[in-house]
Design a protein around this ligand. Sequence first.
Ligand SMILES: [Zn+2]
Ligand SMILES: [Zn+2]
Length: 209
Amino acid sequence: MEPRVKRCRVCGVCSEKMNKCSTCKDRFQLKWYYCSKPCQVSDWPRHKTYHAVLEKMRDEEENRHIKTILDGIANAGSSCSVSREGKDANGMTALLRAASDKNCADVRKLILDGEDPSVADDQGLTALHYAAIDGNQELARTLIEHGPDGLVFGETPGGETSLFLACAKGHLEVARLLAEAGGEALLLRANRNGTSCLHAACRGEHLAV
Ligand SMILES: [Zn+2]
Ligand SMILES: [Zn+2]
């Protein structure tokens, strides 16, 4: 809001009718008035330095605004409502909890209700990895049968597939189920250290696998 009576910044004369620097008027809404052209001209060398300062403040204000938006985007990925959706405080979904409880009926029901069985816990293990580690045939069969096709190829952060884990643990029947589901492509998968399923089985002296 402009004051009704304005004061000349140079000579101090007060009047309702005053000139204003056009840049200030358009860009900065600065209350900086001159009674006459000579007053404005005499103030120009000093006044133009204000423009630079005001411009900088504006940029900083804009950068702050942009930063606020970027921070919002960056934090969105780590906030509870986004990345931990459906997970409890331990990073477990209902399906992962049911799988770790070896409750196959609940696992089946949750998959049929639309829960994604390829979601991993905070250690990067899926329900099928649990089945492989435990040698739980019923759980493995349930997940293979009702889960998405790519589920058997899911890897831990160390690059181990469920088949790899089942072999390493010597769980022959679960390994067979997984190998049948994943075929040769799965058998040839190696972990991050280049160890294949067969290596893992040999190392664990599970020659039957
Ligand atoms: Zn003046
Ligand atoms: Zn100005």
